[in-house]
Design a protein around this ligand. Structure first.
Ligand code: GLA
Length: 387
């Protein structure tokens, strides 16, 4: 990362004729467990990864924001008094959205010169959007010196995403991007936002991300359809299970009693979410007891359930899951993020990593004709100041 920080500093100087006062990072994430459970007020188990957005900034004495994206070679300028959606330089909406909701939360903003650069693959389900939100959020926090807890900043990121960018996502991505910890996975209760950092030893077993290179399609409309099917399930089930507020409140046993009274699509969605919540809880136990093989079993089950009942997989994800599960050293393979394309995640024995990467890529290429990208990554700290 040191080379990238130096390059960003040079770019900042070239653009604005001065040194940045602060440089922050916001990492991407991979979810080990908890597919589409977060907006059902359930449980998730993600890690912050060793791919991140870097943000450099210096405050100005006026209300102007100048922001540059090194990846897109795009420079935007706007006023804090006129924070509107940008239809052209859409990358800047993550920053604009953060500023809108920081302001709404009572933060006294000031203008700034900013430059960002990132290596989180975009459209790969690794949350490059949460990475830029948390990188720029912590940048302003550091430059202005206001008090705000990690969960609060994550909630501001979620608002930016939901109400400004227009994606109706849950809290998982911003939360882990802000609160992740090196060599730990984060167990989060998405209802209460209580969380627990669980040691994850990535010495003997590595986290490997396999990017199908298929960019997510239809994700927004399908995502919203899934959300409303889950809400419908709660509405119908509450006739027989009074008092439930979300699928999180339904046990697998109760669900089985009433499942056949639900329309098929609603029943399938609910079945996935309810069983996945139970698997995330079991995965937490497995991690606490150092039973990584058990975690891998739950990861496989979670994928199969997401494919069969939540129906968020696709041809390329299936090809990658099959290739990665059968490759040397592999303990599991599952889709990550929302699905519909993007990446899968596997746990792989360290001594077989090279063979795993070679065989997975070969098998995937044979089946799809697409050259995948495969990355070994580590669990990293969440967003914060670098210098
Ligand atoms: C996307 C959303 C998350 C979560 C996942 C599915 O990554 O941003 O909030 O809902 O999909 O688990």
């Amino acid at each position: 990362m040191t080379g990238r920080i130096a390059a960003l500093r040079d770019k900042f100087r070239e653009l604005y004729g001065t040194e940045p006062q602060t440089i922050t990072k916001g990492p991407g994430r991979v979810d080990l467990m908890g597919i589409h459970t977060d907006y059902n007020e359930g449980f998730v188990l993600p890690v912050a990864i060793s791919f991140e957005v870097l943000a450099a900034g210096r405050l100005r004495d006026d209300n102007i924001i100048r922001a540059y994206s090194e990846n897109l070679k795009s420079l935007v300028e706007f006023s804090l008094d006129d924070l509107i959606f940008d239809k052209v330089d859409t990358w800047s909406n993550y920053l604009r959205g953060m500023l809108v909701f920081l302001k709404e939360a009572g933060v006294e903003l000031r203008g700034a010169d900013i430059a960002v650069e990132g290596n989180v693959p975009v459209g790969a389900s690794l949350s490059s959007s949460a990475a830029i939100e948390m990188a720029t959020g912590t940048l302003f926090q550091a430059m202005l010196g206001f008090e705000m807890s990690g969960p609060e900043l994550a909630l501001i990121g979620q608002k930016a995403e939901n109400k400004f960018v227009g994606v109706n996502s849950g809290i998982m991505d911003q939360f882990i991007s802000r609160l992740g910890k090196k060599d730990h996975a984060l167990f989060l209760d998405c209802r209460t936002l209580d969380y627990e950092l669980l040691p994850l030893d990535t010495g003997a077993v590595k986290i490997v991300i396999c990017d199908t290179m298929k960019r997510r399609g239809l994700v927004d409309s399908e995502y919203n359809t899934r959300r409303s099917q889950c809400e419908k399930a709660v509405e119908l089930l509450s006739q027989w299970l009074p008092g439930i507020k979300a699928l999180r409140d339904v046990t697998p046993e109760d669900f089985e009693k009433y499942a056949d009274r639900l329309p098929e699509d609603v029943r399938k969605r609910a079945k996935h979410v309810i069983s996945e919540n139970a698997r995330v809880l079991a995965s937490r136990e497995a991690l606490i007891n150092g039973r990584i093989e058990d975690l891998a079993v739950y990861m496989n089950q979670g994928h199969d359930s997401a494919r069969d009942y939540y129906e968020v997989s696709c041809f390329e994800l299936e090809a990658m899951v099959e290739a990665s599960r059968n490759a040397p050293g592999s303990l599991c393979g599952r889709l990550c993020g929302a699905g519909f394309g993007g990446a899968t995640v596997s746990l792989v024995r360290e001594d077989s990593i090279d063979d795993f990467m070679k065989v997975t890529a070969e098998k995937y290429r044979e089946k799809t004709g697409i050259e995948p990208k495969i990355y070994v990554c580590t669990a990293e700290n969440g967003a914060g100041v670098i210098v």
